[in-house]
Write a protein that binds this ligand. Sequence first.
Ligand SMILES: Nc1ncnc2c1ncn2[C@@H]1O[C@H](COP(=O)(O)OP(=O)(O)O)[C@@H](O)[C@H]1O
Ligand SMILES: [Mg+2]
Length: 409
Amino acid sequence: MSESVDYFGDDTAIFNDKELLQVSHLPDGDRIIGREDELRRLGTALRPALNGNTPNNIFLYGKTGTGKSLCTKFISRQMMQRAGRNDVNAGFAYIDCLQDSTETQVVQSIAAQLNDEERSGTTIPEQGISTSMYYNRLWTVLESMYDVAIIILDEVDKLEGIGDKSGDTAGDNLLMNLSRANEAGKIDDCNLGVIGISNKIRYKDELNERVKSSLCERDYVFPPYDATQLREILESRRDAFVDGVLETDVIPKVAALAAREHGDARKAIDVLRFAGEVAEEERESVVRDEHVDVAQDREGANRISELISKQPPHARYVLLALASQVQQSNEEDPEIPNKVVQHSYRQICEQMDSEPLKERRVRDLLTELEFLDLIKQDQRGRGRGKGKHTVNSLYDEPKLVIQACQNDF
Ligand SMILES: Nc1ncnc2c1ncn2[C@@H]1O[C@H](COP(=O)(O)OP(=O)(O)O)[C@@H](O)[C@H]1O
Ligand SMILES: [Mg+2]
């Protein structure tokens, strides 16, 4: 090995502050772009909280990467500060239901985030007490410490037992208990507001009527970003790069592609970061147009493989079966019926020398893939009296999906 070769490359050539391109990075208020109306509406709904009164429960929905989580956290922090200036004790808890998905976990996590042992005189153990005891402690924390509190349930559709046909209603219970805590007399001195967030546009229809009417006092849709907004969002993170390394058409190109395909700010930011990394790998001193093309594919492949890597092998076969059918189709936006996926899946199993799963199980796997936003499912009628059947389609290019599925074979 030669000492004179620098295997690490020069890490300051392209990036200046890569942190600005991380998903976890929260831009300041003045860097939240194109969401003036949404922030104003959220502000109006939460406004009673500034004086310690009950804010409206809010339900937010819209596709991924439209700024829902960002704007909600931002407005909640602002609410807390403004209320503080009015001598109102306000707080908020933020729950990612993808991580905390059971009723007990959610209640534990809310209580733990809001609690200050010295002021409430109660502790919130990580585990070991019953759900109803967690509720009681949460009510104690709220009563003893806060005039008003906001609970943000992000990706609320990932809660277990919501509108569940199997009869598990834990998620419904949770939403009822939180959104009606004041009405039900669980708490008196503290006013509670709930903000539910979902990436699924149709999710509201799945909620039971009682939950819907209390949780969705106000509901707002976050639309996808257009090219101009995406351009500004990316521009505001230009400082992530060394001055002058981005060729002029790089940001407009990333923005245009993202607007055309999805309007998702997260994906657009990822593509910009990947473009920088591609240039870096190629030891170039500027980021160019061509790097964006490579980055675009890399973003898609990366996201899909990350999601699919946590799935069992047969989920991968099922996705591969769907993707190859989409690829073979001549239609513009192919929708592949379950039956066709099943057939293709069995062929793949044969090639892989693996015993195929039962039809029912394959159907379940498709539903799980939809849950992960890897595929879209829709119902199509076959005409009167003939019942409905399910069709499947992809969000991404079939080529990318196939590559990602084959990665670990
Ligand atoms: N209007 C915006 N201005 C600046 N950055 C944004 C904006 N909207 C989203 N982002 C960035 O894009 C990413 C995804 O936003 P997020 O709020 O998590 O979307 P959602 O919750 O709708 O999926 C985050 O990294 C966020 O910082
Ligand atoms: Mg989010």
